[in-house]
Design a protein around this ligand. Sequence first.
Ligand SMILES: Cc1cc2nc3c(=O)[nH]c(=O)nc-3n(C[C@H](O)[C@H](O)[C@H](O)COP(=O)(O)OP(=O)(O)OC[C@H]3O[C@@H](n4cnc5c(N)ncnc54)[C@H](O)[C@@H]3O)c2cc1C
Length: 431
Amino acid sequence: MIKKVAIVGAGASGVLLAHYLLRRDDRYQVDLYDRLSDPRIIEFSNARTFPISLTERGMKALGRIAGLETAVRAIGLEMSGTIFHQPNGKTRVKSRQKPLVTLDRTNLVITLLNELTEQYDNSRLNLHFDRVCTAVDFAAKTITFQSTAPTSEPTDTDLTVDYDLLIGADGARSVVRSYFLNTELFEFEQKYVSTDYKSIILPRPDRALDFNLESGKIHSWRSDDGTFVVLLHQPDGSMSGVILFPRLNQEVANLSTPEQVQQFFHKRFPEVGQMMPASEAEAFLVRSPSRILTIRCNRYHHGDSVLIIGDAAHSVSPSIGQGCNAALEDVAILDELLDEYADNWAEAIAQFTLRRQADAHALVELGDYSFPSSSGLFIEFVLREQLATTLHQLFPDRCSPSLSELVFESSVPYSEILDAYQGWISKVKKR
Ligand SMILES: Cc1cc2nc3c(=O)[nH]c(=O)nc-3n(C[C@H](O)[C@H](O)[C@H](O)COP(=O)(O)OP(=O)(O)OC[C@H]3O[C@@H](n4cnc5c(N)ncnc54)[C@H](O)[C@@H]3O)c2cc1C
């Protein structure tokens, strides 16, 4: 019998899951809902979007669907390392053996949607944008949505639909997950990351600038209080990224005029200041700071028909650049379990919790404590990384790769990485 799957959330994990399920043959009919408008038809807004780096894990999950890896690579740029810009104007380069692919988050979703609708028509796939999930009834197997379309009639506000299987791919503030709280023995922890962020969008850098803005590299600047800027070249020649800043330090949040914005960057990150035109200083001011949550749950499934994936299940600090990679990896793991359990969802989703939990918890821990914000510890981190890389090259069987190589260049399970680097993580945590 055909199973009706409702996926709440058309972010990267929700759309990739639609690909995977529809590929499994015609036993699934997929309805994909999102509170936002269809990103393929509305005007692109870069106010809330940001660049994403996809590493081995994410690319592997995309690569299992014919054509997806190629399509994503076509809109992304390969980065073979990071250039750390230091306050004295010097730079330090950290190269990668395996380049990562960077692209805009919204463009990633648009590409996954385009590939999806090219392959499947509405006999098995229905997309519902401008629909916010407001309630779920696990017993009745129904979901209620309100219309968020600007033109919606008052009568068009509520829609209740039924489902056989429900997937909450609705991000860190998941409404689907909130209904797990009414179920027995569900535990979950939500914490705000101590840094907030704002997007930065800069025009193509002036050729006359006399500092190293090599393309094909991520560019990063950090200051002593843990504020840091990450900028990436974009396919159109512009640069975009984010500034992450400790919430307790109100300096960024308190900037109130474009002049103050420019002064701030000129003083704290002079090279970024030189690239920032008055128009961006003005736009920067209008963007409100975004807060980031980390999420840990003791289970991701409910009964035999509900599962949460991606940020809804394990949102993580962006400093580790793995949230999207892990969200895509979730989908590939669910697919493997469906193979293993012959599409028996009761078994597959219960196993998903068992198999994914240690890695998801380790990921949050690694995200919080891998990269220290204090300057002293950061120097120690850099030295440890160099030593680990050298030792691994000399004695590959006896010495583990560096922490960042394991996170960014391998698909070693996060729980194994945490085991290997528990000493370091504990040290950063104590500070
Ligand atoms: C500044 C920053 C930089 C980052 N950089 C990286 C990086 O380099 N690499 C990396 O791997 N990760 C990175 N991440 C993390 C990454 O963005 C997320 O982990 C990833 O987007 C999670 O995907 P998702 O599909 O689970 O959820 P989301 O992308 O959050 O998608 C959830 C979707 O659900 C919809 N939705 C939410 N609530 C409802 C509702 N009630 N009803 C209907 N729809 C709803 C939303 O509109 C959204 O489309 C970064 C995050 C930040 C903030």
